[in-house]
Design a protein around this ligand. Structure first.
Ligand SMILES: Cc1cc2nc3c(=O)[nH]c(=O)nc-3n(C[C@H](O)[C@H](O)[C@H](O)COP(=O)(O)OP(=O)(O)OC[C@H]3O[C@@H](n4cnc5c(N)ncnc54)[C@H](O)[C@@H]3O)c2cc1C
Length: 588
């Protein structure tokens, strides 16, 4: 239970500095730079007006032309709809105006992705693969000449773009990819050989951002290339038959002695893996926005269904077990939405590292969408299982969100290792300042740890409204507990923490709930301050409701870092591996 969070106890000068430009890394390192997340970011009037026009245009078109169910049943790439989206300029929305796009911010883009998510996840995936990840490398790392060459086409959706990182042998372990580009002096080109797997838009893309091994100054390093379909040796495989997203295209990409011109190298040679990961930062937050849209659609449908479906002489909406589901769907989706747009606000500052935050958005929103759709199926009863209704399509479509753009397991590892690494660096700094003999994190002296612990702030959130105070107090308490628990874990395991996935999973889950809670608090508090408590009633209720569930989860997860039955879990999984599965039957 929170005990020490009522007001800042230490002078600002005593606090460890925030990690420049990263909210969550600062949190792991024991400080809470609330000014990075308060007040909640808002679009300015111009941006809001532009976004309203875009949304109006999309909605008008979608009403007439976008039937997600029909696209799913047809199970082919929706050529006509994609052509019409191109004509509406929707495939160039985030391309800067000077290259023919609409220059929309990431916040506005995510809002559109959310809107698309209401209707059709396959279309959201096509747009996301094109704008969010397929062409992003050119925008981020391209030279002026490269931007002038490709972006006007990207803005028109012609060519359609794709992002090609995964290979048959390298999925989660993406850095182990085998596709290779060898420089050929005579042809003044990189000769590329290899194959990519599961490429979204693969069958229809004309431009691929491809990551390949290269030899740079005698070292084997990954570089990023633009590979266009017209190059000799480029081809794609058959369309995969998938569980969901049936209208999206997913194929292999084959690269056989492809002469990639030297001007197609993106950014600095050898920096490709870093680029691949950075591109996914934006991809993940827009994926999360699409998942929020899908969740909202399912809430709308479930509420409508629950109100009209009568059993035992009453609408099922009145039964408490249905209320419980609806309320949790609402509160968790509010949290997911709050995280997404807090993160896009951070991204728009330009000087912020939001890699942990975008990973948390992707994990939280994808799992929320899965839970929400699952509950919507349940509320719809037998009809939830029938294809005539949209629930089963949303269930199939949203499952992939927990797998692609980094599986949620890999992202959990990323979140906790990035957080713990920052904490370790801060601790080392303290050690150096104290002239402690620190060679390894694992041998940090007690004194150094005590010192950093003393410095951990219990600062409150600024200007928090009394309506939100109890929730804010808990958030501040668990911010501190996250850092101190991470510190103890680092102390217990040292460098071996990299192997301790049970621990990492719990730290990242607590971090996700905490970030969601802080996002809700910021949003609700900002609304109270700007529009008054009466207008913010919904925000306060949803923040409190989410907060009550979240702090309990955080408490449990952090407690389990030290008290757990991990040894049993290892034994049972060993048993299953030895037996080749479940093993003995109860009755022969
Ligand atoms: C429909 C679809 C579209 C896709 N689009 C694209 C695209 O456009 N571009 C692209 O490059 N890729 C794309 N992908 C590939 C996708 O990103 C990968 O499938 C994903 O990264 C997982 O890789 P994998 O399938 O090889 O699974 P694996 O890496 O084999 O993982 C299998 C399981 O093991 C877990 N696992 C692996 N390592 C660890 C670990 N260290 N600790 C704990 N658990 C672990 C994983 O989380 C997962 O649950 C797409 C995939 C699909 C299905």
């Amino acid at each position: 239970m929170p005990t020490s969070t009522s007001g800042a106890k230490r002078k600002p000068a005593d606090r460890p500095a925030a990690i420049p430009g990263s909210f969550m890394k600062s949190l792991f390192a024991g400080t809470l730079p609330a000014d990075m997340v308060f007040p909640y970011p808002r679009l300015d009037t111009d941006a809001r007006e532009t976004l309203d026009l875009v949304l109006e245009s999309f909605r008008g078109w979608a009403r007439q032309r976008l039937d997600g169910g029909a696209i799913d049943r047809a199970a082919v790439f929706p050529e006509a709809q994609v052509r019409e989206l191109k004509d509406l300029g929707m495939l160039g929305l985030t391309v800067p105006e000077e290259y023919g796009g609409a220059g929309l911010s990431i916040t506005a883009y995510c809002r559109l992705m959310e809107e698309i998510g209401h209707h059709c996840a396959a279309i959201a995936t096509i747009v996301g693969a094109h704008l969010g990840i397929g062409s992003k490398g050119i925008l981020l790392y391209g030279t002026e000449a490269q931007k002038k060459r490709w972006l006007p086409g990207v803005a028109k959706g012609d060519p359609l773009c794709a992002y090609a990182l995964t290979e048959a042998g390298s999925g989660s372990d993406a850095a182990s990819l085998k596709t290779r580009a060898v420089w050929d002096d005579r042809r003044q080109a990189w000769i590329m050989n290899g194959g990519k797997r599961f490429i979204t838009n693969g069958g229809h893309a004309g431009l691929f951002t491809v990551f390949a091994r290269t030899e740079i100054a005698g070292e084997d390093k990954i570089s990023a290339f633009v590979v266009t379909r017209d190059l000799p040796g480029v081809s794609t495989g058959k369309e995969e038959d998938k569980l969901g997203l049936k209208g999206s295209s997913t194929t292999d990409l084959y690269l056989e002695n492809v002469p990639v011109p030297k001007d197609n190298l993106l950014g600095e040679p050898g920096r490709g893996f870093k680029y691949a990961m950075e591109i996914l930062n934006d991809g993940r937050v827009s994926l999360a926005a699409g998942a929020v849209g899908g969740a909202k659609e399912m809430i709308d449908r479930a509420v409508e269904y629950a109100k009209q479906r009568r059993q035992f002489g009453r609408p099922i909406a009145e039964f408490e077990m249905i209320r419980d589901k609806v309320a949790r769907m609402m509160a968790d989706t509010y949290a997911a939405e709050s995280m997404v747009y807090l993160t896009t606000g951070l991204a728009e500052r330009g000087d912020v590292d939001y890699s942990i935050e975008s990973a948390l958005c992707k994990i939280f929103s994808s799992e929320n969408a899965w839970r929400v759709v699952n509950q919507a199926v349940q509320i719809a009863g037998g009809n939830g299982f029938i294809k005539e209704y949209p629930y089963e399509r949303f269930l199939r479509d949203c499952r992939i969100n927990m797998i692609f753009e980094g599986t949620n397991e890999i992202l959990r590892l990323f979140v906790s290792l990035a957080g713990v690494q920052t904490l370790g660096e801060e601790l080392k700094k303290v050690g150096r300042a104290l002239r402690a003999p620190i060679a390894e994190i694992g041998v940090l002296s007690d004194f150094a740890f005590k010192k950093i612990r003393q410095a951990i702030t219990d600062e409150q959130f600024p200007d928090i409204d009394p309506l939100l105070k109890p929730t804010a107090v808990r958030a501040a308490h668990y911010a501190e507990t996250l850092s101190t628990t991470a510190e103890r874990a680092l102390r217990a395991h040292g460098k071996e923490i990299i192997e301790r996935e049970f621990v990492q999973e719990r730290l990242s889950e607590a971090a996700g709930d905490l970030y969601a809670l802080i996002a809700c608090l910021s949003r609700a508090n900002t609304r109270i301050r700007e529009e008054g408590a009466a207008k913010a009633r919904r925000d306060v209720l949803l923040t409190r409701t989410f907060g009550n569930a979240a702090w309990r989860r955080i408490h449990r997860r952090l407690g389990q870092v030290e008290k757990n039955q991990d040894a049993n879990l290892v034994r049972v999984s060993d048993l299953a591996y030895e037996q080749g599965g479940y093993g003995e039957n109860l009755i022969t």
